[in-house]
Structure formats: structure tokens, C-alpha cells
Design a protein around this ligand. Sequence first.
Ligand code: FES
Length: 152
Amino acid sequence: GATIVFGPTASPAYDVHVAKDGEELKLGNVTIKVLHTPGHTMESSTFLLKDENGKDKIVTIDAPIGSSILEIAHQHDLPLEGACEGSLACSTCHVVIDDKSYQSLKPASDEENDMLDLAFGLTKTSRLGCQIIVTEGMKNMTIKIPSQTRNL
Ligand code: FES
């Protein structure tokens, strides 16, 4: 009995709610914010889910090739700081990448590793978001933003 919600670029033949970019919808305790829907399928849409406490859950993003993870996070209002705007002078763009994707990335430079050493909550698959540029082969990368970052 639930309403099916599509992004603004959808044009389904049956009766659904077609959302606008930025629109927020309530589904039980969950708030769904329609961030951007560049394509024509649900898979290419981007939604920000918040639970009943207003906490972010999962965000799925179609990442444009050539953008850094930091840039994409900023475009989608995700809480990744990036105090030095990508000049490798801070560690506030620290992200944790899923194992498989981490292995497929170009290794971090010495400069990135030096900054990463200062990151809060460093893990074996940590990287700096400003140094990871989306390339064609990247698929299904899961990126976690550590809950605390510090600006050094
Ligand atoms: Fe400062 Fe990435 S934004 S190192």
C-alpha cells in the first residue's frame, strides 16, 4: 500500500509521486530527501535517509568521473570537512573505503600517508577523500566518513 516515489526525471506511465530535487518525504520514521536524480531509473537516483533521530543512514551517489570524493561529499552536503581544500595540509577529509575498492585504488603518495598518520580513527583502508578521483572503472565503492575529524 505504500506510495512509490520517483525522482524528478522519471516519467512513469502509472500513478506515482514524482519528487522534486531537494524534496523531503516521510516514510514511517524515516525521512527521505531526494538530492539529485540524473537518470531515469531508481538506481541512478540519490537519496539521503535520516532515521527518527535525524541521524544520517546511507547515501547512494552517482559519482561524476573526474571529481574527488571530497568534492562529491561537498556537493551533497555530506559532513566531510576538507579544511585545506585538497592541498594535503590537513587530514579532515579522512574517509574509510571498503576493502575491495581500497585494493583497486592507486596507492597513496608519501605526502598523503604523512597526513593520514594524523587522522582520527585511522584504519587499514583509510584514505584522504581529496586525493581519490573518480575514474571510469570505479563501481560500488562504499565510503565511510569517520564520526570525528580533527583539524591539525
Ligand atoms: Fe586537506 Fe584533503 S582536504 S588533505
